[in-house]
Design a protein around this ligand. Structure first.
Ligand code: ADP
Ligand code: MG
Length: 322
């Protein structure tokens, strides 16, 4: 029922940025090579994600709003090898419980697409429509039916910052995908698909081009890949530090410590290095299921990981100093 849906939605949908994250991840899971994010009023009134992914059939489109309707897990054991971003089948159901949602979607093999309007956990209308391949989902008036939550939202600049943070994380983890972001008709990012180094420069600025040191390491258990900022490029703010585990953004103080101590002696006091590091490992040894919206994960062997990262960073910085 709709109350249960609203309560469950509180878990997944905390603010406009949570919607952005879920929609972007769905587009990635759908194999999109081009994703456009359009927001208005810092996402409070309008969040739209348009992709050129595989789209949905008429039935799948309707099903996608059902709780636990995921097309991504077939068997229980799949749970342990999750490579896709979403897997709980909760996001769209949760979003539709607390907003007005308009979806247009079409698979390549279908002549016509389907258009859907849902709100307060109910599909109000579905009809055929001529539309291009892929999916567009527009989430309007978030928390329109939950005033307490709506009033709890922060100012537009703060909510916009959260959205931009999500966009940047997804953009870094998917450098090969073309991505655009517009806020109130103003283009904030226009990113061509390509290499990670190019994406970093497009996201953060041309001056990053000369500041990146490649970092790579491979052991039988884990592969590290990415870029470190040169020590003298460090900043007083620590915002630009990114870890991804199997393509998923995570926060981890322990691993962050591994990186910063490897910079030891090269940094001015209270300065923080830039880094974007991808950790690839057997998903069996990472527990990402802690919480749908949490970015924390548990590793079976985080000391091993600490060691590998520390040595990867030392080596990268060392060979750069030579
Ligand atoms: P999950 O991603 O955990 O499966 P969601 O609620 O996010 O659950 O989405 C439900 C389902 O809707 C997905 O499993 C997928 O089949 C479908 N879906 C959602 N967004 C898209 C999209 N952009 N393109 C194609 N299919 C989508
Ligand atoms: Mg999802």
């Amino acid at each position: 029922d709709s109350i249960a849906n609203q309560i469950a939605a509180g878990e997944v949908v905390q603010r406009p940025a949570s919607v952005v994250k879920e929609l972007l991840e769905n587009s990635i899971d759908a194999g999109a090579t081009d994703i456009r994010l359009v927001i208005k009023d810092a996402g409070k009134t309008h969040i739209q994600v348009i992709d050129n992914g595989k789209g949905m059939s008429v039935t799948d489109a309707r099903m996608s709003f059902e709780r636990h309707a995921t097309s991504k897990i077939q068997k229980a054991e799949d749970l342990f090898k999750i490579r896709t971003m979403g897997f709980r089948g909760e996001a769209l159901a949760s979003i539709a419980a607390v907003a007005q949602v308009e979806m247009k979607t079409k698979r390549q093999q279908d002549e016509l697409g389907t258009q859907l309007h849902a709100e307060a956990s109910e599909i109000k209308k579905q009809e055929p429509t001529a539309t291009k391949d892929g999916t567009s989902i527009c989430v309007k008036n978030l928390f329109y039916n939950v005033p307490a939550r709506r009033n709890f939202l922060k100012s537009n600049p703060v909510e916009l910052r959260h959205i931009t943070d999500e966009f940047i994380r997804v953009a870094l983890a998917n450098a090969e995908i073309g991505m655009t972001m517009l806020n109130n008709d103003l283009e904030m990012y226009q990113l061509d698909g390509g290499k990670l180094s190019k994406r970093i420069v497009q996201l953060f600025g041309k001056n990053y081009q000369q500041q990146l040191i490649p970092c790579q390491e491979e052991t039988p258990h884990v592969k590290i890949e990415g870029y470190l900022g040169k020590p003298e490029f460090s900043k007083k703010t620590r915002g630009e530090q990114f870890f991804f585990v199997n393509g998923r953004y995570i926060k981890n103080h322990y691993l962050n410590h591994a990186v910063t101590t490897a910079y030891q002696g090269l940094l001015k006091e209270d300065y923080h290095p830039f880094y974007v590091l991808f950790i690839e490992m057997d998903p069996l040894h990472v527990d990402i299921n802690v919480h749908p919206t949490k970015t924390e994960v548990k590793f079976d062997d985080d000391r091993m990981l600490y060691g590998v990262i520390s040595s990867a960073v030392r080596q990268a910085l060392g060979s750069f100093n030579v």
